[in-house]
Design a binder for this molecule. Structure first.
Ligand SMILES: NC(=O)c1ccc[n+]([C@@H]2O[C@H](COP(=O)([O-])OP(=O)(O)OC[C@H]3O[C@@H](n4cnc5c(N)ncnc54)[C@H](O)[C@@H]3O)[C@@H](O)[C@H]2O)c1
Length: 436
């Protein structure tokens, strides 16, 4: 079947108007967070990828600045657009985290501006917006970024920004294009916008723990969701619905999730490492429903100074939780989330806005100031660092960053984006899986 993009059919017009009218009668979403701008010019945004984070990113962006207005939605699947529309127009009541409907003046999505299919991104980009939020599985990010910057849009792109070196190379070129066109490129590596991280990193740069000699970073947690299989789904639909477990779509969890902590290490060391040696495998997610993704990795990254960083990540039911980073220096150690130990001991006690709000506040402010933030290069480097760890572990080889960046031919793009076959599932075996 051909890839398609169609106006959204999930709601009838009557249902849609009813939901919109209900939304307009309900109170606005709280007040603007402290220090936010409230410009008078509308900034029109569209969302590509109407899942959990996409819905969250819209809410973060609208809360950042009352002049932001959501006008278009796109997703591969109509039911995800419908779920997002419900979230935005009806809200989610009860529980610890109730979500009110979006403020009426910030919601201008019409049925004609809801799109589905593999090229929904192009329709959203063409729908008269200023800023697009790209929040699909990471495989699609380079393609979507290219279309957005070529169309002259500002971008918020969730991390990671690619799953293979071919994608990272394109994103690096696009970061340059965005700079030339004076367009914003802000990434979902929200720790870079968190007050506690920012102040700790400033102190480390000022010598609070001396010269950096090493570090550790972790993302270890229980298992994550699986969305099952329906008989009417093609293999492509099944993989897309369960994208976490397919490396061509997610990059595997070292890339998809652990990039947050690896990014902190690159931030601290002033750039990516020179090489990595990794290992890992799958011990608890052995069922074929879990595609080709592994459930644990252990990687040593070596930076230009010779400092080594140990990275551990795991997703396995019944295991303990540890997410964070630690830096070791000649005069102390640091938890970059707000603590220095040693002769310059210190603990963060400042004001902190939720960094997922803060990144959108910083994004919108930079656009309004005519000095759009561009985080493209740094998030591309951190994406490639995580891919470096994965490739080393999958192949069982030590791998150089510069080789991966400049010479690797690894490109996980499938022959076609269509609702039929999907890439074959081959679980990597160290010593057998080739380095390409
Ligand atoms: N910054 C963070 O802390 C954070 C947290 C969660 C997720 N994320 C990132 O956000 C992204 C999305 O994660 P999620 O948890 O929302 O996943 P999700 O599965 O809930 O949502 C992804 C959505 O994208 C849609 N989609 C898939 N392919 C598409 C395509 N080609 N075109 C249009 N839509 C498509 C899916 O149908 C789905 O609705 C991932 O890159 C993830 O790593 C970041």
């Amino acid at each position: 079947m051909k890839p398609h993009s169609t106006p959204f059919r999930g709601f009838t017009r009557r249902e849609f108007l009813k939901a919109s009218a209900a939304a307009s009668l309900l109170p606005l979403i709280g007040s603007a967070a402290p220090g936010l701008t409230t410009g008078s010019d509308r900034l029109r945004i569209g969302l590509v990828g109407c899942g959990g984070r996409g819905i969250g990113a819209v809410r973060n962006c609208l809360a950042a600045d009352r002049s932001v207005q959501l006008v278009a939605l796109g997703d591969a699947f109509a039911d995800r657009v419908e779920a997002a529309m419900n979230n935005f127009t009806v809200g989610v009541p009860g529980g610890n985290n109730p979500r009110p409907p979006l403020p009426a003046d910030q919601f201008a999505v019409t049925r004609e501006r809801c799109f589905t299919g593999f090229d929904a991104y192009q329709q959203v980009i063409n729908s008269g917006i200023d800023l697009v939020l790209l929040v699909t599985p990471p495989h699609f990010r380079p393609l979507h970024l290219k279309a957005a910057f070529e169309a002259g849009l500002h971008v918020f792109a969730e991390k990671p920004v690619a799953v293979d070196p071919a994608g990272v190379r394109l994103v690096m070129q696009l970061a340059d294009l965005a700079r030339q066109k004076n367009l914003a490129f802000v990434a979902g590596t929200q720790r870079r916008h968190a007050a506690d991280y920012l102040e700790t990193m400033a102190r480390i740069r000022d010598g609070a723990i001396g010269d950096l000699t090493g570090g550790q970073c972790y993302w270890m947690q229980e298992g994550l969701w699986h969305r099952g299989r329906k008989p009417e789904w093609s293999e492509m639909e099944y993989q897309m619905r369960n994208w976490l477990y397919f490396t061509w779509l997610s990059g595997d969890h070292i890339v998809e999730q652990h990039i947050h902590n690896i990014d902190i290490m690159n931030w601290a060391f002033g750039g990516p490492p020179v090489k990595a040696t990794g290992m890992g495998g799958r011990q608890s997610r052995t069922d074929p429903i879990y595609g080709d993704a592994w459930d644990h990795f252990s990687v040593e990254f070596e930076y230009a100074s010779g400092a080594r960083v140990q990275s551990l990540c795991r997703q396995a039911p019944g295991t303990s939780h540890r997410v964070g980073e630690r830096l070791v220096g000649t005069r102390g150690t640091a938890n970059p989330a707000g603590q220095i130990n040693g002769e310059n001991a210190w603990k963060f006690s400042g004001e902190q806005i939720n960094p997922m709000d803060q990144e959108h506040i910083d994004l919108i402010r930079s656009i309004r100031a005519g000095q759009p933030l561009n985080e493209g290069r740094q998030v591309a480097e951190s994406t490639l660092t995580a891919i470096l760890g994965r490739v080393s572990a999958y192949t069982g080889r030590e791998v150089n960053y510069s080789w991966l960046l400049n010479a690797s031919k690894l490109d996980l793009t499938p022959p076609a984006y269509a609702w039929g076959d999907a890439p074959p599932v081959e679980i990597p075996v160290p010593g057998v899986t080739p380095l390409v």
